[in-house]
Design a protein around this ligand. Structure first.
Ligand code: G3I
Length: 337
């Protein structure tokens, strides 16, 4: 009996730490950043999912539960349950939790109105920040304060907060957030903002630099990195972007990583997909201001990609059956070195 349990402990350890002596998340930690996963509400209550999240994550984020539409479907009802469960799970397993997102143009509640006056919109913003950040002071360590605030040409997106308040809605939110929880890390999150020389990326850098110069509180920039093997990618342009943020004291999160491929030629795109995944983890290891690499989900089964980009998919490192793909093993090998 005793012999059997020693054998099973050994086998479990081999399974857990296959190919090297540490887990994926410890490998990342030793390279100087947190690896993490965005989770669907309650998914981690399944022990099989929990096991995978524990192997891979020191940071977790909710895929949808923290957005207005789910958190606050009307003005007075707050649905805290999904977030509380995630925080409990993270606490029990040594992970930090990131909030995604306080303000965005999508998945808003119906009561948010473009007809609000500036004062009404500012009051709604303050109430949202105060309620969430007071409740989760010390529990949520970082926030995407505003998500997707730019258009592709670098102009501000005309979301409801821009329309009612004006461009200073972003700094207003950052100042308020710092006031309510001075220890929380405050991020602005975007997509297509990773390569220096891209119009949106340059506009965002100039904007963040100006905020820093004027003393507006901001700690980091999220680069979503929803990549596609059919488009160009320049590791050097991403590196130069990360480095210019380092020069102004701004942290980076690779905040929503997935790399989609055409479903009719998955195998042909595998090498490129692996090369790009490796590039991102390598950049995070090389640059001390990159604090996290978070994948947007873990298995292809729940991924948002096929519904949004018909014909594309296989974007994550676990397949639809929940098995790690070769790309996962390649990244893990790199993290183990
Ligand atoms: O929960 C309902 C379900 O009851 C209903 O039957 C079903 C029918 O459509 O919809 C379900 O809700 C969907 C929800 O995801 C949960 O799966 C919504 O329709 C769908 O719009 C929603 O999509 C989310 C999307 O944001 C909203 O724009 C994706 O899951 C989520 O991955 C995605 O995440 C965003 C980040 O927040 C910001 N960056 C881009 C990223 C990908 O779009």
């Amino acid at each position: 009996m005793k012999k059997l349990s020693i054998v099973s402990i050994f086998l479990m350890a081999v399974l857990c730490f296959s190919s090297c002596g540490k887990s994926f998340r410890d490998g990342a930690k030793e390279k100087g950043f947190n690896s993490g996963i965005a989770l669907a509400a309650g998914s981690f209550l399944d022990p099989n999912v929990a096991k995978i999240v524990k192997e891979n994550s020191y940071i977790v984020v909710s895929e949808n539960s923290m957005k207005w539409q789910n958190l606050r479907p009307n003005k007075t009802f707050w649905n805290w349950n999904d977030v509380d469960q995630l925080i409990k799970f993270a606490d029990e397993n040594g992970m930090i939790v990131k909030w995604h997102t306080l303000f965005w143009h999508q998945q808003n509640s119906n009561f948010i109105s473009s007809n609000w006056t500036r004062e009404e919109a500012l009051a709604a913003m303050d109430e949202h920040i105060e309620t969430i950040m007071t409740r989760y002071k010390g529990k949520i360590k970082e926030y995407d304060v505003v998500n997707e605030m730019f258009e592709e040409d670098g102009s501000f997106r005309q979301n409801v907060w821009y329309k009612t308040i004006g461009p200073d809605y972003i700094e207003h939110a950052l100042i308020k957030a710092r006031e309510v929880d001075p220890d929380a890390k405050l991020y602005l999150n975007e997509y297509n903002n990773e390569e220096k020389g891209n119009r949106k990326a340059d506009a965002m850098f100039n904007f963040v630099k100006d905020l820093k110069d004027r003393g507006v509180p901001i700690d980091g920039v999220g680069m979503q990195l929803h990549l596609d093997t059919s488009y160009n990618y320049s590791e050097e342009a991403v590196r130069r972007n990360i480095q210019r943020y380092a020069e102004i004291g701004i942290d980076i999160s690779f905040s929503e990583v997935d790399i989609r491929v055409p479903m009719d030629s998955v195998e042909a795109h595998q090498a490129l997909q692996t090369e790009r995944y490796l590039s991102l983890y390598k950049l995070a290891a090389e640059n001390s201001n990159v604090k996290s690499v978070i994948t947007w989900g873990w298995t292809d089964k729940g991924s948002w990609i096929p519904a949004t980009f018909p014909g594309k998919g296989s974007a994550l490192m676990y397949d639809a059956q929940g098995k790690p793909k070769p790309v996962y093993n390649e990244v893990k090998k790199f993290l183990c070195k």
